[in-house]
Design a protein around this ligand. Structure first.
Ligand code: IVH
Length: 676
């Protein structure tokens, strides 16, 4: 390729990748598979590696990289980043409204925007000519810390706006305010992973997001599932909308992620009832919110109202009812996890918090108990944040009577009685007995879970029954169970036994990636398992994989690679795999790999321009040979446009519709990689 072609192709790839990234991380509606995304990214990486001078700051390859910073620079905000006054009930909201009505009679006629009050870390994002140039924390409201490299790793943050063709002109300068958060489900998954790896888990999504964004090494930030939601413009164009509800729409159109729960309300009572309604289903929101923000919709009026201290008069935080309560810590129990990690939990005097009665809560790890000096008998503060398991914040020291008992670390596993160990460099305490029944129960539970072998009806209760009755001593034994075995268990009649046996039997057909995930290797979840299945295609090849080979795979670092090699090397695991094989659990085809000729079946291609080596007829034949259809015009439903030299309007249409564009090389590599 000549220089111009290289630059053009790189630019085209950047646009496509940024667009698909947006579809995936902002709209939650991807139009290409991860694999196809990967092909585009790799092509761009290859071009940029060969020609580093063409790298641009908005290139998706620049999301992670660079050397760790020594410290964060202090940067001034273009305008003060204000805070918010709080109202703890509807009457306090009404009192706010009355106060400001007295200041300006336009208030009586205004409408409102009601938005969730996101519980995260405030960030300020700068764009110059549509390119993300700097991002900072709120700091003291006047100055923040420059955390640009960390923010670049946040996948839903647009590196360039507008993200796709739109009627919005690129603002010369734009400063946006938003909140960096971690979605609840991502938070739970992350904590589960950390727990498996024996690392310290986070208390709540807010702390995790804020901690990750303050890392000096942006690679650490990149490893955390941070999301972003934007809700205000600090500095923009004169032509920008003058109403808050339209600002949200405007931001959304440019490609910023915005909270989907924003409501325009005609009057204050309506705004209050919308707030109350959101409060009732706060647990169902995908993120943690501690209230709603009621904002005067007319931004000019809001600005004219000015502020009191750091709180603007034009908006108020209407807080959700408290979700922190106190109760008595009656005892501390311990759980044995799948990998043998021992975790403490609180046994509490039952108490109602956030609408449910809670009698158990997490205590994170043993260090936490020590750091907070939590004693049995203490009155403790308890918080429940939506679906996140309730947790103990700490003791109410003032309430101590003197008979509270300090906690002593257990010396032996509560399940098998073997001595516990603390591995060097880890906070977790482990039971290292490979035959510990509690671990086996958890292993079976994991093996049978949805993302793994998906054995219908086999949850922790039945797993416990099977282990306690001595019917299984590893997961492979599940496939040897008989009806007579199951009938010895409480609650099992013929029908239930048959159903379970049937459910187990059908899982012999499960894919390789499910099986790999089901094995429960530390650090290997659904994504890594899928990648391993794709690479290795069968269990023997995976067993033979070296540390080096594994580290060469995207998404697998030295720790996971070592965990896999270690797991595969253990004699008991080798025997387990053999047992699974003889039980007929032996998938041979990697998941997601359809074999030719069908790899393109159901897909429509459009050819445009002159390809470097294939003629139009050859390209068409090649696509058809693999099950694809070639059409003459581009629509939203077109799967791919294959473009060559002097491609014309079809290419423009493809970009406008967000249809992925391939060149000859990427078409051929798609075929080649899908075939192997
Ligand atoms: S508006 C002048 N809207 O809550 C406008 N703030 O306790 C002031 N927050 O530091 C902020 N969600 O970072 C606004 N939808 C939302 C918000 C929001 C969360 C944060 C904000 C502020 C804090 C105030």
């Amino acid at each position: 390729m000549v220089k111009k072609d290289i630059t053009d192709r790189a630019e085209e790839l950047r646009q496509q990748i940024n667009y698909h990234n947006y579809r995936y991380h902002v709209l939650n509606s991807p139009v290409i598979s991860d694999y196809e995304f990967d092909v585009l990214l790799r092509e761009l990486q290859a071009l940029e590696n060969e020609h580093p001078e063409i790298i641009t700051p908005d290139s998706p390859t620049q999301r992670v990289g660079g050397q760790p910073a020594e410290r964060f620079e202090r940067v001034p905000h273009p305008a003060p980043i204000l805070s918010l006054a709080n109202a703890y009930d509807a009457d306090e909201v009404r009192a706010w409204f009355e106060r400001i009505t007295k200041l300006d009679d336009r208030v009586a006629r205004t409408d409102f925007s009601v938005e969730p009050k996101l519980d995260g870390l405030t960030v300020v994002l700068h764009y110059e000519d549509g390119i993300f140039t700097m991002g900072s924390t709120r700091g003291d409201g006047e100055y923040g810390e420059d955390i640009t490299s960390n923010l670049k790793t946040v996948r839903s943050l647009p590196l360039r706006i507008p993200i796709s063709e739109s009627d919005i002109e690129v603002p010369r300068r734009l400063v946006v305010r938003g909140e960096a958060i971690i979605l609840r489900n991502a938070f739970e998954e992350m904590n589960k992973r950390l727990e498996q790896a024996g690392e310290r888990t986070y208390v709540n999504p807010r702390n995790a997001a804020s901690g990750a964004l303050r890392q000096l090494d942006s690679r650490l930030t990149a490893a955390r599932p941070i999301s972003l939601l934007c809700y205000a413009i600090i500095e923009g164009e004169d032509s920008q909308p003058s109403r808050q509800s339209e600002i949200i729409e405007y931001l959304k159109k440019m490609g910023f992620p915005v909270p989907e729960e924003t409501h325009q309300c005609e009057d204050l009572e309506r705004a209050i009832s919308v707030g109350d309604e959101i409060a009732r289903r706060r647990d169902k929101l995908p993120y943690e919110a501690d209230g709603v923000v009621i904002k005067i919709n007319d931004l000019e009026l809001a600005a004219d109202l000015g502020f009191v201290g750091k709180d603007p008069r034009g908006a108020i935080a209407y807080k959700f009812p408290a979700e922190v309560v106190t109760t008595v810590l009656q005892d501390i129990g311990v759980n044995v996890g799948r990998t043998g990690v021992i975790t403490p939990y609180a046994i509490l005097e039952p108490v109602e918090v956030g609408g449910v009665t809670v009698s158990q809560a997490t205590l994170h790890n043993f260090d936490f108990i020590e750091e907070k000096d939590i004693r049995i008998g203490d009155r403790v503060l308890l918080k429940r944040a939506g679906e996140v398991i309730p947790y103990v914040i700490g003791p109410v020291v003032e309430a101590r009577k003197g008979d509270e008992q300090p906690y002593t670390l257990p010396q032996r596993c509560p399940s098998c009685g073997e001595p516990l160990e603390q591995l060097a460099g880890e906070v977790a305490v482990y039971c290292v007995n490979a035959t510990c029944p509690a671990q086996l129960v958890r292993n079976v539970e994991h093996f049978a879970s949805r993302g793994a072998m998906d054995i219908e009806g086999l949850g922790i209760r039945i797993a416990r029954q099977l282990v306690e009755a001595g019917l299984i001593s590893d997961v492979a034994d599940l496939y040897q169970l008989t009806e007579d075995d199951l009938l010895t268990l409480e609650g099992f009649a013929e029908k239930k036994a048959d159903n379970l046996l049937q459910a187990i039997a059908t899982t012999r057909e499960r894919s390789l990636s499910r099986l790999i995930n089901a094995l429960g290797i530390r650090g290997v979840g659904v994504t890594v398992a899928a990648e391993l299945a794709r690479r290795f295609q069968n269990m023997e090849a995976l067993q033979a994989a070296t540390q080096e080979e594994l580290e060469g795979i995207e998404g697998i670092g030295p720790n996971i690679a070592a965990a896999i090699v270690d797991w595969m090397g253990q004699l008991s695991n080798r025997e387990l795999i053999k047992k699974l094989q003889s039980a007929g659990v032996w998938p041979t085809e990697g998941e997601g790999i359809r074999v030719a000729p069908g790899i393109f079946s159901g897909m429509t291609f459009v050819l445009t321009g002159k390809l470097p080596s294939l003629t139009r007829g050859e390209a068409k034949a090649l696509i058809e040979q693999h099950g694809g259809r070639v059409s003459g015009s581009v629509s939203r439903r077109t799967s791919y446009v294959v473009a060559g030299e002097s491609a014309g309007s079809k290419l423009d249409r493809a970009l406008a519709f967000g249809v992925p564009v391939l060149n000859e090389t990427s078409l051929l590599s798609l075929i080649e990689r899908k075939e192997t």
